[in-house]
Design a protein around this ligand. Structure first.
Ligand SMILES: Nc1nc2c(c(=O)[nH]1)N=C([C@H](O)[C@H](O)COP(=O)(O)OP(=O)(O)OP(=O)(O)O)CN2
Length: 168
C-alpha cells in the first residue's frame, strides 16, 4: 500500500497598499505593426512573496518589503516608460543643445522627451506583464532568500498583468 503523502506547506506575505501606485506614460505595439499612441495609466502594484520563516517568524518584514516596493514605485512614477529591447521601437539617448533627451522612433513616428522624465527599461514591450517582470526582478535582487514571488501590475481597475517566479 502506498505511504500517505505528507502535505506540503509554505508561508508567504502579500502587500497591496494604496501607496503602491504610479502614474506613467507609455505606448506598446501589438499584432506586429500596430503602435499605440502615447497615453498614461495610474498603475497599481500588488506583490506576494514566499520564503522560509526567519527568527521573528516573518517570511519578510512587512515594513522592509513595503519600503523596497515603494522605492521601485518612485522609480517609475511620473515617468515615460520606454522599452530598450523592442525590435522595432528604437530608443536613443542624445544631447541636443546641452539638453539630455530621449528619442523614441517607430517607423516614421518620432517622440522626443527630456531624459530626466524617462525610464528606459530592458524589456521588449511595456505591457503590464513586462512591467511586472521588471519589478519582480528588481525585488529578487533586493530581497534575498525568496523562494517564490508573484507581481501584479494593474493598468486600470480589473485589468492586470502578472509575473510569477519560483526558485528552481
Ligand atoms: N495582456 C495585456 N493586454 C493589453 C495590455 C497589456 O499590457 N497586457 N495593454 C494594452 C494597452 O496598453 C492599454 O490597456 C490601452 O489602454 P487604454 O487605451 O486606456 O484602453 P482600455 O480600454 O484598457 O482603457 P479605457 O478605460 O477604455 O481608457 C492593451 N491590452
Amino acid at each position: 500500500m502506498a505511504e500517505p503523502q505528507q502535505p506540503t506547506t509554505s508561508y508567504g506575505v502579500r502587500l497591496s497598499k494604496e501607496s503602491f501606485t504610479f502614474a506613467a506614460a507609455h505606448f506598446i505595439t501589438y499584432d506586429g505593426d500596430v503602435c499605440e499612441p502615447l497615453h498614461g495609466h495610474n498603475y497599481a502594484l500588488r506583490v506576494e512573496l514566499e520564503g522560509p520563516l526567519d527568527e521573528n517568524a516573518y517570511v519578510y518584514d512587512f515594513i522592509a518589503t513595503r519600503d523596497a516596493i515603494q522605492r521601485l514605485v518612485h522609480q517609475l512614477d511620473h515617468c515615460v516608460l520606454l522599452p530598450t529591447e523592442h525590435p522595432r521601437i528604437l530608443v536613443q539617448r542624445v544631447t541636443e543643445a546641452g539638453q539630455d533627451e530621449v528619442i523614441a522612433r517607430f517607423e516614421e513616428r518620432r517622440w522626443v522627451f527630456p531624459a530626466a522624465d524617462c525610464r528606459l527599461l530592458p524589456l521588449p514591450n511595456t505591457t503590464a506583464e513586462m512591467l511586472a517582470n521588471w519589478i519582480g526582478r528588481q525585488l529578487i535582487d533586493v530581497l534575498p532568500g525568496l523562494t517564490a514571488l508573484v507581481v501584479e501590475v494593474e493598468e486600470c481597475a480589473g485589468q492586470a498583468g502578472l509575473w510569477r517566479w519560483r526558485r528552481s
